[in-house]
Design a protein around this ligand. Structure first.
Ligand code: ARG
Length: 432
């Protein structure tokens, strides 16, 4: 076990040290490349203000590049020999560069170090959410375009309600994914601010080039207040997890729709073979396990949200409790993104049976149309409603396509707004 960074020559209780580290050093593996990247930017910042010589900075950044490579191919392992990933970096630099390595932590605290690594990691994760929700929206939009005006029953309360189109079904999912993309972009605005240089939460007595370091790391802005930087720990993760949660709720809704539509009872859709599994006992079964696991994704994120919220009952500034906000977010994002990544292919591959969809449109579904016809003929709506209800047994033989095309207000089947949604989809994702 390496000596802790804070060692001042007294014995360290190994059992206590193990407890404090917990599984943190394992979690830090996900953050490690970002921690190394931010360390390089910090080193170059220190050189710009003359705290490190140019030669020292070059020596350290060269070693950090080497560390990045060794970590990537497994030659450098971050494990319980170190208290955390931050200790692993400094220990490596001291081993390789002696006294020069000992300078790396000048004017830096692990409090701002962990925050900057987390923010860099979260930026990458949120960008992946933006990308995958955009791809899902694009796939659904493509299906909406090619599916034309295939008619189907619309449901409320899982009861048939009015005729609608398969196109409208897909467009509903398009706009849902676009809303969640916007939420991920909003979270990115908050995450994309650099806390490095705020130290332990009170600034430091050296003229750090905070803005230069931020720009070098690709941040859009800085966290100005050192106190706010520390107080953002956990809250930052909540912003990101909430956006992720919304995207997984879109997934769950789509997965539920498909789960119903592929049953023999509905008989509307068929999943691509690669999205189904067999039964170990019943040779006849083709099970929709994939959409069922997709339905379970919000549970992972809700667990992470609950765990993070439970820790955040704290006064201002850094407290070690905050370490416990790290594992949940590191767990939730990769799992949810793994599922989200399947959505475009699922949307591309699911097949619908147009004949079965149309056959499920029963005459009673035209009752609302009939009531509105009577309104156009001059009846007050409530009287028209009652008369249409009485006429339900006689509503057979109506023109489904005519009914759908008559819905000309924006978003209705006769004016679905495909191009408008396409424009929204193509609106710049590069705000951040
Ligand atoms: N592992 C710690 C965390 O995640 C790093 C920061 C430690 N800071 C401290 N003052 N003990 O919070």
């Amino acid at each position: 076990m390496s000596t802790p960074l804070w060692d001042k020559g007294k014995d360290v209780d190994v059992i206590v040290q193990r407890f404090c580290a917990g599984d943190d050093v394992v979690a830090d593996r996900q953050l490690f490349p970002f921690d190394v990247e931010a360390t390089s930017a910090h080193v170059l910042g220190l050189a710009r203000i003359g705290v490190l010589s140019g030669a020292e900075a070059t020596q350290l950044t060269t070693l950090l590049t080497e560390l990045q490579a060794r970590f990537a191919d497994g030659r450098f392992v971050v494990d319980e020999r170190y208290e955390d990933g931050h200790t692993a970096i400094e220990t490596f630099l001291v081993q390789e560069a002696g006294d020069v390595g000992k300078k790396v932590h000048t004017a830096r605290s692990r409090n701002d170090q962990v925050l900057v690594a987390l923010r860099l990691w979260l930026k990458e994760q949120l960008r992946a959410v933006v990308d995958v929700t955009s791809s899902a929206a694009r796939s659904a939009l493509e299906r909406a375009r090619t599916t034309g005006a295939t008619a189907m029953p619309g449901y409320t309360h899982l009861q048939r309600a009015m005729p609608t189109t398969l196109q409208a079904f897909f467009l509903g999912h398009v706009e849902g994914f676009l809303d969640s993309r916007d939420a991920a972009q909003a979270a990115l605005v908050v995450v994309d601010r650099n806390p490095l240089g705020t130290g332990a939460g009170f600034g430091v007595s050296l003229p750090l080039d905070r803005e230069g370091v931020s720009a070098a790391l690709g941040f859009a802005d800085v966290v100005v207040s050192p106190q706010a930087a520390q107080n953002s720990r956990g809250k930052l993760e909540l912003f990101a997890l909430q956006a992720l949660h919304l995207a997984t709720l879109d997934v769950r809704r789509l997965a539920w729709d498909l789960s119903l539509f592929v049953t023999a009872e509905f008989g509307f859709a068929r999943l691509p073979d690669r999205f189904t599994t067999g039964s170990s006992l019943m040779p006849n079964k083709r099970n929709p396990d994939v959409v069922e696991l997709l339905r379970a994704l919000p549970a992972v994120v809700e667990g992470a949200l609950a765990e993070t919220q439970a820790v955040l009952s704290l006064p201002s500034s850094y407290h070690r409790d905050l370490q416990a906000t790290k594992a949940p977010v590191l767990r939730a994002f990769p799992r949810a993104l793994q599922g989200l990544a399947l959505i475009p292919a699922l949307l591309d591959g699911v097949e619908f049976d147009a004949v079965a969809l149309r056959a499920a449109i029963t005459p009673d579904l035209f009752a609302t149309d009939r009531a509105l016809e009577l309104v156009v003929a001059g009846l007050p709506f409530r009287d028209a409603y009652r008369q249409a209800a009485a006429e339900i047994p006689t509503l057979g033989g109506r023109d489904v396509d005519g009914s759908l095309q008559a819905r000309v207000s924006l978003g209705g089947a006769g004016n679905a707004g495909l191009d408008r949604l396409e424009r929204r989809l193509n609106e710049s994702n590069s705000a951040v």
